[in-house]
Design a protein around this ligand. Sequence first.
Ligand code: GLC
Length: 431
Amino acid sequence: MRIDNKLQDLKNEFDVSSEKIVEIAKLFKKAMEDGLGGFESPLKMLPSFIGSPSGNECGVFYTVDMGGTNVRSTKFELKNGSFENLGEVKSKLKDAEGKYDYTSGDTTGEELFDFFAELISKLISPNETGYLGHTFSFPSRQAGINEAFLIEWTKEIKVSGVVGNNPNYLLSEALKRRNIMVTPRAIINDTVGTLLVAAYMYKDAHVGTIMGTGHNTCYLEAKHPINGCEMIVNMETGNFNIGLPITKYDLTIDANSATPGAQILEKMISGYYIGDIVTLIIKDFYENAALFSDCSSSMELLSKNKIDSLTVENFILYPDRTIQSINCKKEDALILKEISEAVVRRASRLAAATYIGTLLHIDAGEIRNNHVIAVDGTIYEKMPRVPELLDEAFLEALKEKSKLISVKLVKDGSGLGAAIAAAVAVKLYPK
Ligand code: GLC
């Protein structure tokens, strides 16, 4: 009885009602408009200096793409709307065996970008020259398509000497140190890359979003205040913090993070933190005798490995494996599944609220046009039921109008999008 109550209380606490979704959507729209107008807002509304691509971009381009977990370098050929991957190298930012860690505060910017240059060197033959597009998925204030200044690290990265600097300048210096004749020509956010690639595929692609290690969304602003033209805006929505249903677990995660007080929405949605939320809830249940009451070794076994987003996925999909791996009872495995589902459901409904807010802004207050939301990231792709949970949230909040929205998985936009951005830049600003 007591266990049932604890679980029901948790589900209630993690529920986001349809009314709350609408309320958050409206607050989000207002925050977008405040940010765009230069007023105080949790949304940074960063201009990208790029609009929709023409679809006719051509040429061979190198890319480098740093996310929260991996860095990848690819050589793409773009041919009037189609593309070919001519080679790719990828590496983790942090070695599983602890041999290196390019996310830590002990790493310098110079070391990080030397590491990128080394990856790029594996794709290029001696004396070859080329242009590069860089996907740098952290909040950066852009001054042009090839110039961005890192505002702050997110996703718990702490490398020194990069905040305040232009990653493309640091990268070009690293390339020069290795005599690699590749010139960076564009720098974009991963959400922007996702939207650029989606624009090749869907005529109504207006929003690009990542539900992965981090969480963020960009959209196409029809008339940007900077130039009066179409421009993609990287909102840095992970930092949204108004009207959210914050729990004691969220407060603990925030307090223990590298960025207390910042990236509140990201800490409720993204893959980096989802396992931590589930961990805190499990501990709370255990301490209140609502979990593992008859099998004390289970908590010990569970604590041996970090609970990450893949563990959460497994709790949901395979309770039988949970029973085996931590030697618990079926009831306990089912509680872990329900806890995980409640956390994932909340994440999906909060993301949906921000997408609705974005579309309300695009359509000036009422959704009336068709919109494709292009999404990439493991949480959307792999976490059970996230696509359905988003659709459910749209239907509950918007009823009939939800038919105007379709969410499409656009994989690897962050790599290819950088090649498209470089092609656009080279055409716009030939040297
Ligand atoms: C973090 C970054 C943002 C990025 C997102 C997804 O929120 O600040 O720039 O787009 O992660 O990778």
